[in-house]
Design a protein around this ligand. Sequence first.
Ligand SMILES: [Zn+2]
Ligand SMILES: [Zn+2]
Length: 325
Amino acid sequence: MKSVRNIDGVAQLVDVPTPTGDGVRVKVKSSGICGSDLHMLDLGMFGPDMTIGHEFAGLLDDGTAVAVEPVVTCGTCSQCVRGDYNLCGQATTDVLGFGQDGGMAEEALVGPEQIVRLPASVDVANACLVEPLAVCARALRLTGFKADHKVAIVGGGNIGQCALAVARHVGAPTTLIARHDAQREAALRLGAEVPDSSLSDSSSDNLPDSSFDIVVDAAGTPDALQLCARLAAPGAAMSLVSTYWSGLELPGVEICMKEIRLYPSIMYGRYNGGRDVEDAAEVLASNPEIPRAIITHRYPLDAAQEAFATARDRASGAIKVVLTP
Ligand SMILES: [Zn+2]
Ligand SMILES: [Zn+2]
């Protein structure tokens, strides 16, 4: 079968044996390219013998449409037992698409516990969005956010838009600040307040007031963190949902003076009987505009190299680029 792998630092299509062994077979129908895929390619962190892709969905042998929760956990450590299996020692090393074969291929074998059943209204072609939506469902859940909280999101890429979709799902008034026109247009479609000016730093005169109960850094840069701190109301919660590959530079004085509470988050887990990936599927089911606004490009597996180039090119207007095996 066809599979996308790291060949000399480039995501390329190769022919590999169809996977066999234990697990549930998923015929992949949508597989998203994530910013972390691009980073890990650049850093040489993918082995050549592993299929890339942790955001994917497809059909079981009986035709059931499912998304996949790519995290792999031990199930017995104290983190796993309390539902924070994203913090299991195994979770960050063995994730499908990072530590073992992922979803940029015609088929994947996954554990039965990794299957996420989809609400009937979710098209499997869009269900690769369940994974990034789950990242944001957890991130906002950790802040204790509620429908009447004012939310500000800094960053209009995929994670910023997914956080917006999660916040709007409960009706929270949400402002999104983005650099690129395509990002601002997508945010408007998802129901955000979008400030006119292209705000790229916290010193702009056109910023909204410091009145937000929840601020979300979905850009991962020192500028974005400063902007978040400036927008935060006293006592606000700041969600650190980005991956801070080169360190976390926080505006210390503003954070202390406002007692901004910091909530780092990674991946997704369970809580009081709930499951972030299932909440994410509900969010996706609730608003058909979400995939229309966020998925900007679709490519067949054969065009994987072009798809990765589009995902990398800021001028392409790409928010989420999806491979369609
Ligand atoms: Zn991702
Ligand atoms: Zn564990």
